[in-house]
Design a protein around this ligand. Structure first.
Ligand SMILES: [Zn+2]
Length: 547
């Protein structure tokens, strides 16, 4: 087995090998390309956990295209699924739609075709920002187009095989006709019970039951209907398999909870292999389930769409910029859990710092002696980069420095001026470099405003406070403006403080603590020497010379 440096390349490679050893798959790929599928029920606000799957599938399709495989990521909205829970944030009037397919429920916001359309588009509209390239599909539209007709027929004609699979896996009787028609009278799909399949006329008889499910009430209608062209849907574990053969899917991951023994993937694999005669997509085979991806949690909590918990995919950019979050997801092996808490300073600062380091390694500005690590970092940068890769390294400002300067400078322009004075950035900053600098300053501002702990937040005082300090300490503090004027280098200035305190027998800790009190009305702050240089002569003088 060939070992690839990045998981996305490894998966692309494994899928290719698999396809080459299977004539059915070879034929499909020649016709449709390598289809990587993901799907999502638009039952409400879609949380960031789903975003992990989308980035994974996007990266796999990209890795495929990088080695001239025709990788295509298709994301399908499972909009034929019935509404079975009312999200807490929705108006109670939506209760009357319980049991109806999401695509037939009106949008809570004007301008969208349906409920499904609204919640799905909230995410899809962000894909460009996230660098996700996906072909967007609607499962309902696929049903309507007849794409599933053949699979529906095979499944209904072989419902004894479906029965065997369910009974074997779940060890309890299964006597359903595996199809859910949409009731012609009340429009609900969650309440119908198919009672008979007439293989000759190709018709399904059904009843719309009052008490089939607890979350919706049927109208009692009885009817006979064709199962084709969008008149209903397959139960979802069966539908999953039908999608694979109907679309020609060769790769599809899902959260690890689906990949357990007796889980949904287990059933779908059996249906695909035994009923539809189609090899289940990577990472599954006819005989092995494979492994799904680990959860993405925020602050240790797994999020649920229906409970309205957690961070929505569409809102996550308020927590972390997409390029940084994408980097986090690309650099993490898919079987490793990702937990991110924007309130933990280390999570945020370290993540930005790691991103910057990866960027420096990519552009050869930082040495990484280990060749494997170097190549791995470069590949992570390529796969996580959004848009065209830059020719030269963008200007970098570490997040903590950006946070300090934006608080001292009080505006982006002010902060840039400080960074230029410090020699951190060239004076003639233009175009893309200016864009990158402003981007990082905005990230810092966002973090400071919403998530940073007090330790990182400060306000420069306007006038010197009344100090309860010894005369010798006060005299030393009054020396600060002179030293700042004399030493423009952090290390030299720090040494000057040290020497002064030693000569005058002043406790260094007291000196620092009191200086922060004067500057910020706090006992701690950013590294003092660098901070004073950043503040500039005038402010330092105003605060310290008259103590
Ligand atoms: Zn009905």
């Amino acid at each position: 087995m060939t070992e690839k440096i990045h998981w996305a390349d490894q998966i692309a490679h494994d899928v290719k090998e698999r396809v080459q050893s299977d004539d059915t798959l070879k034929k499909i790929v020649r016709k449709h390309g390598y289809i990587v599928l993901d799907e999502k029920t638009p039952s409400g606000t879609i949380h960031i956990g789903s975003g992990r799957g989308w980035v994974i599938h996007d990266a796999i399709a990209k890795a495929m295209r990088d080695v001239n495989m025709k990788g295509r990521f298709i994301l399908s909205s499972d909009d034929m699924d019935p509404m079975d829970k009312l999200p807490a944030y929705l108006d109670k009037s939506y209760e009357s739609y319980m049991g109806m397919p999401f695509r037939n429920i009106p949008s809570p916001v004007e301008g969208y075709q349906s409920y499904a359309d609204y919640y799905f588009m909230q995410c899809v509209e962000k894909f460009e920002e996230w660098g996700i390239q996906a072909e967007i599909e609607s499962t309902g539209r696929l049903y309507e187009s007849g794409a599933f007709n053949e699979s529906i027929k095979t499944i209904l004609n072989n419902s004894h095989l479906v029965k065997n699979i369910f009974e074997r896996i779940y060890e309890k009787p299964y006597d359903k006709v595996p199809f859910n028609p949409i009731c012609e009278k009340c429009g609900k799909i969650g309440t119908t019970l198919a009672t008979k399949w007439d293989a000759e006329k190709e018709c399904i008889s059904y009843r719309c039951e009052k008490n089939l499910v607890t979350w919706a009430e049927g109208c009692g209608h009885e009817g006979t209907i064709s199962p084709y062209n969008g008149n209903g849907k397959l139960p979802w574990k069966v539908e999953w398999a039908a999608k694979w053969i109907s679309l020609g899917v060769v790769c599809e991951y899902a959260g690890k909870d689906h990949f357990t023994k007796k889980g949904s993937r287990d059933v779908a694999i059996a249906i695909s292999h035994e009923v539809l005669n189609f090899p289940p997509p990577h990472p599954s085979t006819a005989t092995a389930i494979g492994q799904g991806y680990e959860f993405f949690t925020v602050g240790g909590k797994k999020m649920s769409t229906s409970k309205g918990q957690g961070v929505g995919f569409a809102d996550i950019s308020a927590v972390l910029p997409p390029r940084i979050l994408r980097y986090l997801l690309i650099r993490t092996r898919i079987q490793a859990a990702v937990d991110f808490d924007p309130h933990r300073p280390n999570d945020v600062i370290l993540l930005f710092d790691r991103f910057d380091k990866t960027e420096r390694i990519y552009f050869g500005k930082e040495k990484e002696e280990n060749e494997m690590d170097r190549e791995s970092q470069k590949r992570i940068y390529e796969l996580s980069h959004i848009g065209e890769l830059p020719k030269k390294m963008p200007v970098q400002i570490p997040l903590s420095l950006a946070a300090n300067t934006i608080q001292v400078g009080l505006s982006e322009q002010g902060a840039i001026k400080i960074l230029q004075t410090l020699g951190h950035m060239p004076q003639d900053l233009t175009g893309i470099d200016l864009h990158h600098a402003i981007e990082r300053l905005r990230d810092a501002q966002q973090w400071i405003t919403h998530f940073a702990t007090d330790e990182y937040k400060f306000t420069i005082q306007d006038s010197p406070p009344h100090l309860d300090a010894s005369p010798s300490l006060k005299t030393a503090l009054r020396e600060i403006p002179n030293l700042v004027r004399k030493f423009k280098d952090e290390k030299q200035l720090h040494n000057a403080f040290y020497e002064m305190c030693t000569e005058r027998s002043i406790d260094m800790k007291d000196f620092f603590r009191t200086a922060y009190q004067v500057l910020l009305n706090k006992e701690k702050g950013p590294r003092l020497a660098a901070f004073l240089i950043m503040l500039g002569d005038e402010k330092v003088s105003r605060l310290f010379s008259q103590l």
